[in-house]
Design a protein around this ligand. Structure first.
Ligand code: ZN
Ligand code: ZN
Length: 227
């Protein structure tokens, strides 16, 4: 899907013959609930097919639409332990301004106000190494740096590694996440090294086309470059 950061994971159930849908990330508030639900409908799935929502990290272009999707589908939300209190809006926990340079923050925030994510409860807390019942078993990888509780998802049976915003792609080259929108670049480098140790073929990002060829080699090169 090109308009949002959302991923649709379709897990077939051999016994019932029906598929369960997981939506990973939900795009911007006010913009992306309808495209996600329309896309599901095009694929032949109603809102009741959605059994799980997952947040990769608490940036507004990923969780802005989560409260709306939760309302529309009734599905529970999963998120990393470090970010769940912010998503739920616990006292004293406000999702931080995603912009790092201090000079840019005051310019960005007024624009952001109408798009700031509404709070929602997180039903399932995710930790590094957790296994999710998606496509025969997906592993949660804690990959902090872009945000403190960023996660990546590894689907070993499909050879897919979904890194959300932990890595950027420029044609055949991979780079660290944007300095302007990442909380800790040293942690981001360590996360790249962790991801480079994973066995996969296809690398999926939130804002770039998937890398289907040479992705492992490209990720290893990045890991070496930043070490
Ligand atoms: Zn982000
Ligand atoms: Zn993003």
């Amino acid at each position: 899907m090109v308009t949002t950061s959302a991923f649709i994971v379709i897990t077939p159930d051999a016994e019932s013959g029906e598929s369960s849908i997981t939506v990973v990330d939900a795009g911007w508030r006010l913009l992306h609930n309808r495209p996600v639900l329309n896309y599901l409908r095009e694929l032949g799935y109603g809102t009741d097919s959605v059994c799980r929502l997952i947040s990769t990290h608490y940036h507004p272009d990923h969780v802005g639409g989560m409260a709306g999707l939760r309302r529309a589908t009734g599905a529970p939300v999963s998120a990393h332990r470090l970010e769940a209190p912010y998503l739920a809006g616990e006292p004293g926990r406000k999702i931080p301004n995603p912009v790092k340079p201090l000079w840019l923050r005051p310019l960005f925030w007024p624009l952001m106000a109408p798009m700031s994510p509404p709070n929602f409860p997180v039903t399932t807390i995710l930790d590094d190494g957790d296994c999710l019942p998606l496509l025969g078993g997906a592993r949660v990888l804690h990959t902090p740096g872009h945000t403190p509780g960023s996660i990546s998802l590894h689907f070993p049976n499909e050879g897919v590694l979904l890194v959300a915003d932990a890595i950027q792609r420029y044609q055949e080259r991979l780079t660290l996440p944007s300095r302007w929108f990442s909380s800790d670049m040293e942690a981001a480098k360590k996360s790249v090294q962790k991801l480079a140790s994973i066995d996969f073929e296809i690398l999926c990002f939130s804002h770039f086309e998937p890398m289907r060829k040479g992705a492992r080699a490209a990720l290893r090169s990045l890991a070496e470059f930043v070490s």
